[in-house]
Design a protein around this ligand. Structure first.
Ligand code: GRF
Length: 203
């Protein structure tokens, strides 16, 4: 199976996927990495791994629709079975989501449905929550709202700050994203309008 990964930045989650693939733990091949930021370090990680690395700068397009149209074309050229958003910091149009609905996963740094959107660590700390973590979910038209496939949770320490929490959460992202992608590529995860199932059981 063929995987396309979308990034915007460092690509540490991408690196976790690359490592899983190199140890035969992904269940497929990353055939392309696409970034909306041309200077994303993750593009270098892709090149160093011999993976097609494509910069598609969103600033070169005059609308979200135009950008997503170009992005769809680049993605489809690689004929993916799965699309993984790994720190892809763009709001996707409904047309884009519908195109890949059911085969697109995202990693989000919170225990969804809590803390959809941005600045999750600062918001969790401000609320004084005791538990925090990260989630892999199917991408739907609702931002960070799709059915959750896998989560990792951790206890927030009294001396945690945004940076320490981010580090702890990212370490767990690097564990759960490759697992969730492998499950999907093995055909164990299904998404329908009503939700998602794993091995036929509702998630
Ligand atoms: C990840 O921590 C993810 O939760 C968030 O953006 C970050 C991307 O980090 N959406 P990286 O580019 O994978 O290192």
């Amino acid at each position: 199976p063929r995987v396309v990964v979308l990034i915007s930045g460092s690509g540490s989650n991408l690196q976790a996927l690359i490592e899983a693939q190199s140890h035969d733990r992904l269940g497929g091949e990353i055939v392309a990495v696409i970034s909306n930021e041309a200077d994303a370090y993750g593009l270098k990680r892709a090149r160093d791994a011999g993976i097609d690395a494509v910069a598609l700068p969103h600033r070169e397009y005059d609308s979200r629709e135009a950008y997503d149209g170009a992005l769809i074309k680049v993605i489809e050229r690689h004929e993916p079975d799965a699309i993984v958003l790994a720190g892809f910091m763009r709001i996707l149009t409904p047309r884009f989501v519908q195109r890949f609905l059911g085969r697109m996963l995202n990693i989000h740094p919170s225990l969804l449905p809590a803390y959809q959107g941005l600045n999750t660590h600062a918001r969790a700390l401000a609320d004084g929550v005791k538990q925090h973590g990260c989630s892999v979910h199917f991408v739907t038209e609702e931002l960070d709202g799709g059915p959750v496939v896998l989560q990792a949770e951790l206890n927030v320490a009294t001396d945690d700050n945004v940076e320490s929490l981010k580090q702890k959460v990212q370490a767990r992202e690097h564990l759960i994203l490759p697992i969730a992608v492998q499950w999907f590529l093995q055909g164990r995860l299904q998404y329908s309008g009503e939700g998602a199932t794993m091995d036929g059981h509702p998630l």
